[in-house]
Write a protein that binds this ligand. Structure first.
Ligand SMILES: C[S@@+](CC[C@H](N)C(=O)[O-])C[C@H]1O[C@@H](n2cnc3c(N)ncnc32)[C@H](O)[C@@H]1O
Length: 496
């Protein structure tokens, strides 16, 4: 812990432990909104394969352009020989394992399996290096990032039991009883596959421990997103994974390529715990708690969650996930009435019939199935028309500030003013919604509105994304161009 503490002190941070949360990261000086707190490269990472980011990606930079397959394993792709070279140290060992995976089995190489394989291999590599140094009699001569190499041999079973750096909540309540049985069976199957890929001798498989390791991976890995928050991969960031969760975070985790960057989103006084959100914060307390319990196995007691059941919390949940008033003009929120026949508007007292809600809910469900079918078939125009229908239906059904409506609109790339009510001032999604609105308004010729939206985007994103990244520089130049165009349009007539 001493070496870690020393390294963190230089960054005005410190680590301590707490019986409820395990390790916590604290500030040792004040941080201003937008100020950089810490950045870290991944210990291991893999590109994702999912609906949002379908298709293949470069193993190093996640680009999907000009990809070429590794000619040896035929599993991993690179966009350039530059990226291939940067990844070679790791891929050299992984390639040997992957090339032995035969036929049909290749399709089981999911990102989680590959992340676990890479983690085992990276530890093995470092263990070997450390061992060689010791044998050469030169002592270790290495500092903090490698101290954990002195841990036992990286057999699969003790993958996470090494000291300090990767001591993933080792001493806290990671109770296996919290993981449901189906998940345990899945972890067991995944563990067998990892063992098969590694083909390490005498690695005894203890399903319970391996399941635990997969569960720890799920708790500690971070989704790597681009500047527009589109997911591209998953990575393990040993120091950043010390940061705990809050549904009202004081910091945000963003990525510059594969580099993870934590920034303050509000003033953080010296001696405060650095907190990020692990989940989508625009959800009711019940939804957030469920997501945190399922993936991270803890019950959140942040200042937002402890309000569960209080009037403010009930109102917030009814707005975020509830229905709209029957009177379209009224923005009141609805609560179930005592006899179960429907929902009562808490502002105007109108009753909304249960059957009316049921009918629209069924229509939304049918239309959603159609929309996602169109989307996966690449029929984008029909998908877009279907999402517009869903939006119309949801406007009749859901509260105007509901998360469902927001997600539909997000899919349609439309931002609306109601969005402001859901996110705190400096949430990256808010900035990105302004950015999308600005681009759309500009495209539709409404340059003045575009300038307003892009300015708001800049104000929010400079806090969450910093100002020096290529994405932000592009935003700055778009804003400048829109400004120039708007002033040109506004100039007096006699200037023609
Ligand atoms: C990425 S780790 C964070 C660092 C962790 N505290 C440690 O000691 O390594 C995530 C785990 O930390 C714990 N954790 C994070 N935020 C928490 C919170 N607000 N309350 C309780 N436990 C929390 C949970 O066990 C979760 O699965």
């Amino acid at each position: 812990m001493e070496e870690l503490q020393k390294a963190l002190n230089e960054k005005n941070l410190s680590v301590s432990t707490n019986p409820e949360k395990g390790r916590c990261l604290f500030t040792t000086h004040d941080f201003a909104p937008g100020e950089f707190i810490i950045s870290e490269n991944p210990y291991v990472c893999v590109p994702s394969k999912n609906k949002e980011s379908a298709g293949l990606k470069c193993e190093w930079c996640f680009s999907s352009k000009n990809l070429k397959k590794c000619s040896s394993c035929h599993v991993v792709w690179y966009c350039s020989s530059y990226c291939q070279k940067l990844d070679w140290k790791m891929h050299r060992v992984e390639c040997q394992c992957l090339s032995k995976v035969e036929g049909e089995r290749v399709k089981y190489l999911t990102p989680s399996i590959r992340l676990m394989v890479k983690l085992c291999l990276r530890r093995q590599l470092e263990y070997d290096k450390c061992h060689r140094q010791l044998q050469a009699g030169g002592g270790l001569g290495i500092s903090y990032p490698l101290v954990f190499l002195l841990a036992r041999h990286c057999a699969f079973l003790d993958i996470m039991t090494h000291v300090e750096l990767f001591d993933f909540n080792w001493f806290i309540h990671q109770d296996m009883a919290d993981i449901d049985e189906k998940q345990l069976v899945l972890y067991a199957q995944m563990a067998n596959l990892v063992n098969l890929i590694l083909q390490w001798p005498d690695s005894e498989i203890n399903i319970k421990e391996i399941a635990e390791n997969f569960s720890k991976l799920a708790c500690n890995a971070h989704t790597i997103c681009d500047s527009e928050l589109i997911p591209h991969g998953t990575g393990l960031y040993p120091v950043i994974s010390i940061i705990n969760h809050s549904c009202l975070p004081n910091s945000v985790l963003v990525f510059e390529g594969r580099l993870a960057v934590v920034r303050a989103v509000q003033h953080i006084p010296k001696g405060t715990e650095v907190l990020i959100s692990y989940i989508e914060t625009a959800g009711s307390t019940v939804t957030r708690q469920k997501a945190l319990k399922e993936q991270y196995l803890f019950s959140c007691t942040c200042s937002r969650c402890i309000k569960l059941g209080q009037f403010d919390d009930i109102r917030e949940s009814a707005i975020l996930e509830g229905y709209s008033c029957k009177n379209g003009e009224c923005s009141g929120f609805l609560l179930r009435n005592s006899d179960g026949t429907g929902f009562i508007c808490q502002q105007c007292g109108l009753l909304r019939d249960k059957d009316d809600i049921k009918t629209i809910t069924t229509e939304v469900k049918l239309m959603s199935e159609k929309a996602s079918m169109f989307l996966s078939a690449g029929r984008y125009a029909e998908a877009s028309a279907a999402y517009m229908m869903i939006e119309k239906l949801q406007m009749k059904l859901d509260h105007p500030f509901s998360v469902n409506l927001m997600r539909t609109r997000e899919t349609l790339l439309k931002a609306h003013a109601w969005f402001f009510c859901v996110y705190p001032r400096f949430h990256p999604l808010l900035g990105l919604q302004y950015y999308t609105s600005g681009k759309l308004e500009w495209l539709l010729g409404d340059t003045e509105e575009a300038v307003k939206s892009l300015t708001k985007a800049w104000d929010a994103l400079r806090i969450t994304h910093g100002t020096k990244t290529p994405f932000m520089m592009e935003l700055a130049s778009k804003l400048e161009e829109a400004h120039a165009e708007a002033s040109y349009k506004l100039r007096p007539r006699n200037d023609y």
